[in-house]
Write a protein that binds this ligand. Structure first.
Ligand SMILES: C[S@@+](CC[C@H](N)C(=O)[O-])C[C@H]1O[C@@H](n2cnc3c(N)ncnc32)[C@H](O)[C@@H]1O
Length: 461
């Protein structure tokens, strides 16, 4: 095993994480997520791609990294009685990583998990004592058995420990959604997401895309909810020819709701106000059959390129991407000049905890109010730009009352010319959207990301 090296590159500190040892690589990723605020999903994907890690190691690396992050608080609860004094961060993460294998993975023998961790400790530590501590703690846990959670009396605390979500968040959920929904959501948040893709219907039919992926030996099936959505049972479709040829886009099924709710037609003038990296912009363009005008704006200049790259790969020419603070969109565009507007707002992202478990530990309760203020400001600006009779959609990938239903209520109170617009054109499975114009999707509903969508129409005053 080679020593870890910290490389200075373009002024940014980069950690070289792969030297052929899966557990050691998982530990490096976990440390980078913790110390450098690196995103777990990005760092994991970069490590896999850059080092061309084979399928077997890729699976184990993903499982160890995500599993340990997902159950961080649960693992700390198991460790607590055995830790005396302060541990270095890396030693604590190594113990969590080992304990995750012992407590959650049946395919790895306990003694193998312990031996590997002790070897890593020997290799990384400056003092011999560290590997003895790691060995001692893990062997004591094996002797005593994993700590019981059934004795935790408070239901919120029990859920927090068992599913590894901060207590304040569990209490917020219990308050807003009740016990059963909260319980199901917290457990679902620790399951791996289903990989789904969206068919580029401006180029091919769903049957044609399905056939193209089958021809490349991917295991794929149709979604029961959205006709343009395919579920990938096995295989890395990002490497497929179908992807390179722009027949599909990797997108969670919930993220396909806003374009379905927006009810666009070819030839319309449409604004996508918070557009980068363009997942929904390109969906809208496909639904417009690449005919009309679609302006895609985003606050961050460096993200505009992503919208352009996605549009190009998919062969969608009606998209014009530009930098803009949506709150000041009225300075840029004429009032009442758009048929449709999507506000896919910045949000706390609590609907995507399955993909980015680190979110649940980094969010603070104070974040919600500031996001809610930005969301209302974006909706206000969008309101002015919408034609009478025009429709707009507000969406977030979060599960939070303040950011979702409260934002909608306040917006409707402030703008009496706006009303919720049921979306009968939406697929049948989306009953709430079809009948009320608004829908909170929980991750347990369709095993997709947690998501919120509300559709509005502008009446004449
Ligand atoms: C949820 S993401 C959008 C995802 C995108 N719609 C998609 O489907 O690929 C929110 C986006 O809002 C952008 N954003 C944040 N504040 C903004 C603002 N004031 N005006 C415009 N865009 C903003 C962020 O840069 C981010 O790209």
């Amino acid at each position: 095993m080679t020593k870890k090296v910290e490389k200075k590159s373009q002024g940014k500190k980069k950690t070289q994480v792969w030297d052929g040892n899966v557990r050691d690589a998982a530990l490096s990723i976990l440390l980078a997520v913790d110390n450098q605020q690196a995103y777990s999903n990005l760092l994991l994907n970069q490590t896999i791609e850059k080092n061309k890690i084979d399928a077997k190691d890729r699976g184990l690396l993903t499982e160890l990294t995500y599993g340990t992050l997902q159950y961080k608080m649960t693992l700390d609860y198991y460790l607590e009685p055995y830790v005396r004094g302060k541990l270095d961060d890396w030693v604590r993460w190594l113990l969590r990583l080992s304990l995750y294998q012992i407590a959650f993975l049946t395919k790895i023998p306990d003694h193998a998990a312990v031996n590997e961790s002790v070897e890593i400790a020997k290799h990384r530590a400056r003092h011999k004592g560290v590997s003895s501590t790691v060995n001692g703690i893990l062997r004591s846990i094996l002797r005593d058995g994993i700590r019981d959670t059934s004795t935790i009396a408070d239901p919120a605390e029990k859920l927090a420990i068992e599913t590894s979500h901060p207590l304040w968040l569990v209490q917020r959920y219990l308050n807003d959604f009740g016990y059963q929904k909260t319980h199901d959501m917290l457990f679902e948040n620790n399951l791996p997401p289903i990989q789904t893709v969206r068919v580029n219907t401006a180029k091919v039919t769903t049957d044609e895309a399905l056939q193209a992926l089958w021809d490349e030996n991917y295991s794929v099936q149709r979604s029961e909810n959205l006709p343009e959505c395919l579920h990938i049972i096995e295989g890395q479709v990002v490497r497929s020819q179908a992807f390179k040829d722009g027949l599909i886009t990797i997108q969670d099924e919930s993220s396909m709701l806003p374009a379905n709710a927006l009810d666009v037609q070819p030839g319309m003038r449409v604004l996508d106000m918070c557009a980068a990296p363009g997942g929904k912009t390109t969906h809208i363009a496909e639904k417009m059959n690449n005919e009309g005008e679609l302006i895609a704006t985003d606050l961050h200049k460096h993200k505009i390129k992503l919208i352009e790259e996605n549009s190009e790969r998919l062969g969608l020419s009606i998209i014009a991407a530009e930098v803009l603070d949506g709150r000041k969109a009225n300075d840029q565009f004429d009032a009442q000049s758009f048929d449709r507007i999507l506000v896919d707002a910045p949000c706390s992202g609590l609907g995507v905890i399955r993909r980015k478990p680190d979110i649940k530990y980094t969010k603070k309760e104070s974040d919600f109010a500031s996001l809610h203020t930005i969301q209302l400001a974006l909706l206000d600006a969008a309101h002015d730009l919408l034609k009478i009779g025009g429709k707009m959609v507000y969406s977030t990938c979060t599960i939070d009352k303040m950011e979702n239903s409260d934002t909608v209520s306040l917006f409707l109170e402030k703008h009496p010319d706006m009303e919720l617009a049921p979306a009968p054109q939406a697929p049948e499975a989306l009953v709430a959207l079809r009948t009320t114009g608004t829908m909170q999707v929980f991750p347990q509903d369709f095993s997709s990301d947690g998501f919120f969508v509300a559709a509005f129409v502008k009446k004449a005053q």
